[in-house]
Structure formats: structure tokens, C-alpha cells
Ligand binder design. Structure first.
Ligand code: ZN
Length: 246
């Protein structure tokens, strides 16, 4: 599943389509009749967390890649697209296995950009406040909460917890204030490291915990388990990642 930084790369790859007209539209989405998009100019292409947003004059489309969604720009996959947009300059955007939804074109009314870890408007103090209001939440669930950390996915979660040496089953209330600030800061910092590595095609070689078997700090096996309400895969070291409260 693409995480926030991957969506930023998608936006960069499609930036030239801003201001261009859609000259063909088709796909098997049930959310709308793609023919409606034909001839419409693209006002902007934006991201919010794991969502890609196509802004048109009277409507906006939200593409969510869910668990198995993918896309191809200026090329195609050998399968029917959920939505395929042909552009004025001959380029195309093809989306597969994703959720397509028409949303209110007043984007500022529906999106709180300050919760997006990749956004210029990211507000760490606001994230801290939301975390403090939910002291019983497990850190592995909190990091995946898109109302606090929009864009953070499972890879970022595992790597952030390894970096700050926190066990995924720690509670938010169990973390000392400085540790909690570190969690918030690293959620954003790692997301930008992810973006840089992914842009250079070297993301996976920088993984220290996600999908790994041996802790590089302790040289012992990582524990792998589906944890928290979210039941997503966690990789962690029981020696160097401390469980709070102690
Ligand atoms: Zn370790």
C-alpha cells in the first residue's frame, strides 16, 4: 500500500497535468460515470496522507489506494483500470485496484492539511495534543491513525518505533513527554527520509526493522506479530525496544 511519501512522488510525476484538459476517461469504477470527466480541465493535483486528489472545476476526485491499489503514469498495466485518464499532451494516468470517490470540491473544508505528515502545514503540536487525549492507545495503533498522522503506513510505523527504541505495545500515556515528542518528530522525519530513499530507488535497503529478521543493534531475532486494533504486521526487538510503562 502506498504511504504518504509515495503519494508525494505520484504528485511529482503528474505535476505537468495541472492545467491540462482530460481528453478521454474510462474505467470500471462504480463511483461515477467516467464520461463526465471528458473535457474537464485539471485545476490541481494534491495529496492528503494516502489519498490522491484530482481537483476539477465543479468536483474533486479522491483516489485511495487501500491495500492493493497501484498506478501507472504514461504506461499501462495488463489489467482493466479502475480509472484511466488520457491527457491533452498525450500522457495518461492509470489507476488500478483503488477506491475512487467524488468529494466536495471545497477541499479546505474537508481536509485538515495540518495532520498530513508530508504537508508544509503539518502541525506537530496539534498531533501531540491529540495523542495526549488518548493515553490508553497503543503506539502501534496511534501511528497508523490517519486523523493524527495522515500518510503514515505500516513501514513508517515499524521503522519509527525501531528508531526511537519503543516497543509497539507501549501505551501513549506510558511514554515520557520527551519520548512522545520524539515519536511525533520521527513520524515526520522518517517520512521525509522515506521520500528521499524511494526517489533514489534505495528505500528497501534502508529498512532496519520492517520485513527484517535480525535486529541490527542486538544481533538477535526480531519478533513478528500482528498487533493492536489495526492488526498490522509489527517487527520489533524485545531487547532494545522498551515497553512503556515499564
Ligand atoms: Zn535490538
Amino acid at each position: 500500500m502506498p504511504e504518504g511519501p509515495s503519494l508525494v512522488i505520484l504528485r511529482e510525476e503528474t505535476a505537468r497535468f495541472e492545467g491540462q484538459q482530460i481528453v478521454s476517461a474510462h474505467g470500471n469504477t462504480a463511483a461515477l460515470d467516467p464520461a463526465r470527466l471528458d473535457g474537464q480541465p485539471i485545476l490541481s493535483l494534491r495529496t492528503f496522507g494516502k489519498q490522491f486528489i484530482i481537483e476539477l472545476p465543479d468536483m474533486a476526485l479522491r483516489i485511495h489506494f487501500m491495500l492493493f491499489g497501484s498506478y501507472r503514469i504514461d504506461e499501462r498495466k495488463d489489467r482493466p483500470p479502475r480509472l484511466a485518464l488520457g491527457m491533452e499532451d498525450g500522457g495518461e494516468m492509470n489507476f488500478y485496484g483503488c477506491s475512487v470517490k467524488e468529494v466536495d470540491p471545497d477541499l479546505d473544508a474537508i481536509y485538515d492539511w495540518s495532520t498530513d505528515v508530508m504537508s508544509d502545514q503539518w502541525n506537530a503540536a496539534r498531533a501531540l495534543k491529540k495523542l495526549r487525549a488518548a493515553p490508553d492507545t497503543l503506539v502501534c495503533d496511534a501511528l497508523l491513525d490517519q486523523t493524527i498522522f495522515a500518510g503514515v503506513g505500516n513501514i513508517i510505523k515499524n521503522e519509527v518505533l525501531f528508531r526511537i527504541r519503543v516497543h509497539p505495545l507501549s501505551t501513549i500515556g506510558g511514554l515520557a513527554p520527551a519520548k512522545l515528542r520524539e515519536l511525533v518528530a520521527e513520524a515526520r522525519q522518517y517520512s521525509f527520509d522515506f521520500l528521499g530513499w524511494k526517489s533514489d530507488f534505495v528505500l528497501k535497503q534502508h529498512w532496519l526493522a520492517h520485513n527484517k529478521t535480525i535486529c541490527p543493534r542486538c544481533n538477535i531475532r526480531f519478533v513478528k506479530a500482528h498487533l493492536g486494533h489495526t492488526h498490522r504486521r509489527s517487527f520489533f526487538c524485545e531487547r532494545c525496544q522498551k515497553r512503556y510503562p515499564r
